[in-house]
Write a protein that binds this ligand. Structure first.
Ligand SMILES: Nc1nc2c(c(=O)[nH]1)N[C@H]1C(S)=C(S)[C@@H](COP(=O)(O)OP(=O)(O)OC[C@H]3O[C@@H](n4cnc5c(=O)[nH]c(N)nc54)[C@H](O)[C@@H]3O)O[C@H]1N2
Ligand SMILES: Nc1nc2c(c(=O)[nH]1)N[C@H]1C(S)=C(S)[C@@H](COP(=O)(O)OP(=O)(O)OC[C@H]3O[C@@H](n4cnc5c(=O)[nH]c(N)nc54)[C@H](O)[C@@H]3O)O[C@H]1N2
Ligand code: SF4
Ligand SMILES: [Mo]
Length: 711
């Protein structure tokens, strides 16, 4: 018999919880002392394909990072001064309860705002924790529209559901258009499939003003001016119609509003679209012909493209485009945006709305700074509870957020793994568990498996999961409901069972036979989609079924019209670019604003991992990429320290002079921690908190900046 210390490590199924469409499947090995000793990809998962990305491969360094928060802390100096006193959990929960009871008495529960987003995407530690406690309390709601709200709404309005082909369907595509999407960084498991398709003759086009890693590997890279993609899509439709490359029969059979859209297309001839987008007429016509003549053709986009003032209408145009050529219902064709609609969790089981008071009001998360500094009153926000989020690093107009967080009358609690820039402004900091320390269930937004994450190790020191803290807070506030006290597995079983037995036929079918017990056993289970399943296809060739109000694809969407939104896809420049002309070409004056795009950095997920020494070293110092022409005009050389700013704020970055960005456009990836920068700022000191044209969308990329050399 071997002694316990020599026994082989225990293997536990883990799931990558981070905001990434791939939702990788992993194995954690735990030794006899209870320490995680290895973390690697699950070989059996169809999309993970036996490898994890550069960010998550060193996950154990994240879990055992020396800076992990291990005890509750109370502020002992002025806000933001980084002076703390260690306290116990009882004291922390008691103090939060006392302060909240006082706020509720004085102002009502609406004065308390939970703020959270995507630190983890789990059902329990994210979705349920966004809802139950706060609904019971009657706290303010949060409009969670920082990421892809406009595209989600646009795709739902057009197609009726966020259904997308399985990533492996790319192997059937003859043409793939990656539109404002950078999977080499943001959905890495797409890349081997794309390579394989390319080797079999598939032609890959990337449409992105920035020459990204993904663009460099494409067959063709098209660089429109930022935020003109809606015009480009309508221009492509114009050419398809003009040259008879559209599928009139399919449009008549499967859509509403074709006559209206056709009339609109008259305003988007290639000559005009060329002027709007900065592309040549020949490029536009050639792309339209290629799209009209190649089957199957897939358009794939994610959320980066729509973080503009006009992102909603851009997404509408993209969702309509495959209809022009009858590409929905075709394997390897159509639109790949998100698979998240295959499972729509039972709302009542998730949130227990019916047992709760109505939500008194909802505050848009992109306006956090404004909301804390006067935009929201009656009652003003007096209590802020942040979890799964780092708004000072990741939310627009961050300077204003810091201003708000410094209010003496604001009581801020931050539940975190690390002392982030946001946590630094807290009154109470609570230590959170990592994914290896708690249970959760994960559906993906870029593939079609459901996965159980088993707790692999005990919570480190005194850290607690989001849900466990909510249970303590509920008990402190005297809420007796059993749905505020179940453990995580019971929550999963409740929501899963309610979703499988209730809801729409489609959802019932995809979850048939999938129970918590089976998930715990298997780790990962595919949704029950029939072999060869293609979204929206029916038994009859050329006929698709869309779960919209009309049952058809809605080129004209009357539900949008009812909200006074243009029911047809349209192009308008974002407000920021309409107020002030961007610096669009090489001869524009230097004081005219450059358009700053701040998409994903390769080695972080938003600001997560941007405190990992290894990843930070690979990513390099915070940078801004600038075209040689714009750099020369400003006396900026490669490596020059520069200030990037506008009326909202500024930050210091290092210039990288490169033709990867066209004149007039600069790129500074998101995610760096302000506290590591010499000026204590990051790029979100410059980004706009103005809302986009649909669903309260963030508009990070509709951002005009000046750039000055610091030397
Ligand atoms: N490595 C890494 N992976 C991530 C993340 C990360 O931070 N790092 N973040 C995760 C999250 S939260 C999300 S939402 C997804 C986002 O996934 P993606 O949408 O793929 O990523 P982004 O970098 O935000 O945006 C994609 C591209 O849009 C381009 N773009 C910006 N404006 C325009 C425009 O007007 N027109 C066109 N055609 N292109 C434009 C940018 O140059 C950028 O290259 O990625 C997820 N995965
Ligand atoms: N400039 C610019 N900014 C952007 C974007 C952009 O394109 N440009 N993109 C935006 C997008 S798409 C998104 S989705 C947002 C993301 O914004 P956020 O959701 O704020 O994401 P992060 O900045 O990664 O912060 C997540 C935090 O959650 C913590 N965390 C992780 N797991 C847990 C847990 O189990 N419990 C608790 N309590 N905390 C946990 C992590 O330590 C981390 O600090 O960023 C946005 N910011
Ligand atoms: S971040 Fe994405 S690619 Fe990396 S391990 Fe997680 S799910 Fe996989
Ligand atoms: Mo996101």
């Amino acid at each position: 018999m071997t002694s316990s210390t020599e026994s082989p490590p225990r293997r536990v199924h883990s799931v990558c919880p981070h905001d990434c469409p791939d939702t990788c499947s992993a194995i954690t090995e735990v030794d006899a002392t209870g320490e995680a000793v290895a973390f690697y990809a699950d070989q059996s998962h169809p999309l993970t394909q036996g490898w994890l990305c550069a960010k998550v491969r060193p996950y154990l360094e994240h879990v055992y990072h020396p800076d992990r928060l291990l005890h509750p802390l109370r502020r002992s100096g002025p806000k933001g001064s980084d002076q703390w006193q260690r306290i116990g959990w009882d004291e922390a929960i008691g103090e939060i309860g006392d302060r909240w009871r006082w706020i509720i008495r004085q102002y009502g529960a609406a004065a308390i705002l939970p703020y959270s987003y995507s630190g983890t995407l789990g059902l329990v530690q994210n979705l349920v924790c966004q809802q139950r406690l706060w609904n019971r309390m009657g706290a303010s709601g949060l409009v969670r529209s920082i990421c892809g709200a406009a595209a989600e709404r646009a795709v739902n309005a057009t197609l009726g559901a966020r259904w997308a082909p399985d990533p492996h369907d790319i192997l059937h595509s003859r043409l793939v258009i990656l539109w404002g999407h950078n999977p080499a960084s943001t959905s890495p498991h797409t890349m081997p499939l794309l390579r394989q398709a390319q080797q079999a003759g598939c032609y890959v086009v990337v449409i992105d003003p920035h020459r990204t890693k993904t663009a460099r590997s494409a067959n063709e890279h098209i660089q429109p001016r930022p935020a003109t993609d809606g015009a480009l899509a309508l221009g492509l439709m114009h050419v398809l119609l003009d040259e008879g490359l559209h599928d009139e029969g399919w449009l008549r059979a499967n859509t509403v509003g074709w006559d209206d859209l056709r009339a609109r297309l008259a305003s988007y001839p290639p000559a005009r679209v060329a002027e709007m987008t900065g592309l040549s007429e020949a490029t536009i016509v050639a792309l339209a012909r290629r799209y009209g003549q190649t089957r199957p053709a897939l358009i794939k986009f994610a959320d980066g493209l729509q973080r503009h003032g006009n992102g909603g209408q851009t997404s509408r145009a993209l969702a309509c485009l495959p209809a022009l050529v009858g590409q929905y219902g075709v394997q390897g064709g159509g639109l790949a945006y998100s698979t998240s609609g295959y499972v729509a969790w039972d709302g009542e089981a998730l949130a227990h709305f019916s047992a709760c008071p109505p939500t008194p009001r909802s505050i848009n998360m992109n306006r956090l700074g404004a909301a804390l500094t006067g935009e929201v009153d009656d009652p003003p926000i007096q209590g802020l509870y942040v979890f799964n989020a780092n708004p000072v690093a990741s939310t627009p107009n961050a300077g204003l957020i810091v201003h708000g967080l410094q209010r003496d009358d604001l009581f801020t609690v931050v539940h975190e793994l690390f002392l982030t820039d946001t946590a630094r402004y807290a009154d109470i900091v609570l230590p959170a568990t990592s994914q290896l320390e708690h249970a959760d269930l994960h559906k993906a937004y870029g593939q079609t498996t459901l996965q159980y994450n088993a707790p692999a190790i005990a919570p480190r020191s005194e850290s607690k999961s989001n849900w466990d803290v909510m249970r303590l807070l509920a008990a402190e506030l005297g809420y007796q409901e059993p749905w505020l006290q179940q453990d995580a597995d019971a929550v999963i079983a409740e929501v899963l069972d309610a979703t499988r037995t209730g809801g729409r036929d489609q959802v019932r079918a995809v979850l048939e036979g999938i129970t918590l017990e089976r998930l715990q056993q298997a780790g990962s289970l595919p949704l029950n989609l029939p072999t060869g399943f293609v979204p929206f296809a029916t038994e009859t060739p050329g006929i698709c079924a869309f779960p919209t109000p009309s049952g058809k694809l809605e080129l004209r969407c009357d539900a949008l019209a009812a909200e006074r939104i243009d029911p047809l896809p349209a192009y308008e420049p974002p407000a920021e670019f309409a107020r002030e002309q961007p610096n669009l070409n090489a001869t524009a004056p230097v004081n005219q604003g450059l358009i700053l795009l701040s998409g994903a950095s390769h080695h972080f997920v938003s600001s997560s991992f941007a405190n990992a020494p290894g990843l930070l070293a690979k990513e390099g110092p915070p940078r801004v990429e600038i075209n040689p022409h714009d750099a020369a005009a400003r006396g900026i050389g490669d490596g020059t320290e520069v200030v990037v700013g506008n009326a909202r704020g500024a930050c210091r970055l290092r210039a990288v002079v490169t033709t990867n960005v066209p004149p007039g456009v600069v790129v500074a990836p998101k995610g760096h921690w302000p506290q590591f920068a010499p000026d204590g700022h990051n790029i979100n000191w410059t980004t706009s908190d103005e809302l986009g044209d649909l669903a309260g969308q963030s508009t990070f990329h509709s951002n005009l900046v000046y750039i000055r050399s610091l030397r």
